[in-house]
Write a protein that binds this ligand. Structure first.
Ligand code: EPU
Length: 419
């Protein structure tokens, strides 16, 4: 890409990756078909569909050439297993554990290893399922789970997780829908993606209260039925494009988004100088000055999301002053710092805080993407830099953004995919 062109025009936001992934897994809870709209066409979604198909789930695309509308039928599950090859490419594969165990009485899921942004253990998923009576052993790198001795379903219980975990809450929520009796999930994640999953589960016949709060109460039912659902818009994709226009200037209108899920992010963008007009499902954003520096710390929803940290760091690199960014969710989510510094940024790290001193201009270079959000931050920095920037290993980007380069081209950016 060659930096310097302001962004101008309109774009549509895709469905949320982190809502679509658990929602695809929820199909395992029912023998009836689940029809989904607004499923983003991403590498992670393709990987999840492949995993579900390997288990015996049938996947249909009712409209030819349209991958956003699909029907999943899990009437037959032959192999309730997630092999290492799948889990190692996508940690969200762990989301099949709760539903498989709840409906089939057994599951074998490879234990995820560490990942680029942190150790990311799944001990809370396992602890919660054990509290629901499951017998779980770790053998040869696999989580081997089954209903406890004499059980013919999981058993509801009161579960308080040690920390707030998004996929942990989702796994336990899905498992609890088919458990006997009442499950109370305390310290539950309040991310909108958890709420979207819960909304689908309710359409499938689940009995859930407290959706959107940190206390979910689930009255188990004996079976769930088919449903139709549209995945919520991706708040992180929305925030990423807003950061891009804040960094390079211009005016864009973002359609099919949910500004109400982005309060913390929009507040920081406003502080950076971005002017915004919102409706219920669109944002028009204008930037005509150098960004002001914004300091923040990442935290669980509704606070500032870790998934927007890297993109805001790119914005801060060219701000008119210094800022500090503290990452509290993942212990190793600063790998973009070295790469941003290769573009001329002035960032140093002290513990879990990055100190960013804004510079007048970044200058283009070859940089390497290390994870999904780091890739997005390098694209933003490249669009703001003088001269040409090449971002390598963009397969990370394709895991979570639906054709980002095409959307940017439509907005007038000078960017292309080399391979
Ligand atoms: N944790 C544990 N034990 C557990 C579970 C979590 O120690 O059993 C720790 C993690 O190591 C981490 C913290 O708790 O330090 C929070 O992790 P969480 O479980 O919430 O993360 P996750 O569910 O694995 C989801 C998103 C991530 C997003 C985080 C935080 C999905 C598929 N992934 O991951 O998305 O960063 O929540 O909001 O929903 C991304 O999209 O780029 C991405 C990484």
């Amino acid at each position: 890409m060659v930096g310097g062109s302001p962004l101008k025009g309109e774009l549509r936001i895709a469905g949320a990756k982190n809502a679509a992934l658990p929602i695809l897994c929820a199909c395992l809870l029912s023998s009836d078909p689940i029809e989904l709209y607004n499923v983003p066409d991403l590498q992670d979604v393709r990987t999840m569909l492949k995993l579900l198909q390997q288990m015996g789930v049938q996947v249909y695309f009712p409209d030819a050439n349209q991958r956003n509308h699909l029907v999943l039928n899990a009437s037959t599950i032959n192999t309730p297993e997630a092999p290492y090859e799948m889990v190692k490419t996508m940690r969200a594969s762990i989301l099949v554990l709760g539903p498989l165990l709840a409906r089939m009485g057994q599951a074998k899921v490879s234990l995820p290893g560490g990942c680029a942004i942190g150790a990311r253990p799944v001990d809370q998923h396992i602890k919660g399922l054990k509290m629901m009576g499951a017998s779980i052993q770790i053998k040869k790198g696999f989580i081997q789970a089954k209903w406890g001795e004499g059980q013919d379903a999981l058993q509801g219980n009161s579960i308080v997780t040690d920390m707030i975990t998004v996929t942990g809450t989702e796994n336990l929520l899905m498992a609890a829908t088919l458990a006997k009796g009442t499950t109370v999930l305390e310290n539950a994640a309040r991310e909108p993606e958890v709420g979207d999953l819960a909304d689908l589960l309710v359409k499938m016949g689940a009995n859930i209260s407290g959706i959107g709060t940190d206390r979910l109460v689930i009255e188990g039912v004996s079976s769930l039925h088919g449903a139709t659902h549209s995945v919520i818009p991706d708040r992180i994709e929305t925030g990423t494009f807003l950061c891009a226009v804040a960094a390079v200037g211009g005016e864009i209108t973002i359609h099919d988004c949910r500004p109400d899920t982005l309060d913390a992010v929009l507040a920081k963008l406003k502080e950076a100088g971005l002017k915004m007009k919102k409706t219920a499902d669109s944002i028009t954003a204008t930037m005509s000055s150098r960004p002001k520096p914004v300091s923040f710390r990442t935290s669980e929803y509704p606070a500032f999301p870790t998934d927007m940290q890297a993109q805001f760091m790119a914005l801060n690199t060219i701000a008119s002053g210094g800022s500090h960014i503290t990452e509290t969710i993942f212990e190793n989510r600063f790998m973009h710092v070295q790469e941003l510094n290769r573009l001329g940024a002035d960032i140093s790290i002290e513990g879990n805080t990055a100190l960013v001193q804004g510079v007048e201009k970044l200058s283009g270079a070859i940089v390497m993407a290390t994870d999904l959000r780091a890739s997005a931050s390098l694209v933003i920095a490249g669009l703001a830099a003088q001269g040409e920037t090449q971002v390598d290993r963009i397969y990370h980007l394709d895991r979570g953004y639906d054709r980002m380069e095409l959307k940017l081209t439509q907005l007038g950016a000078n960017i292309r995919r080399i391979k």
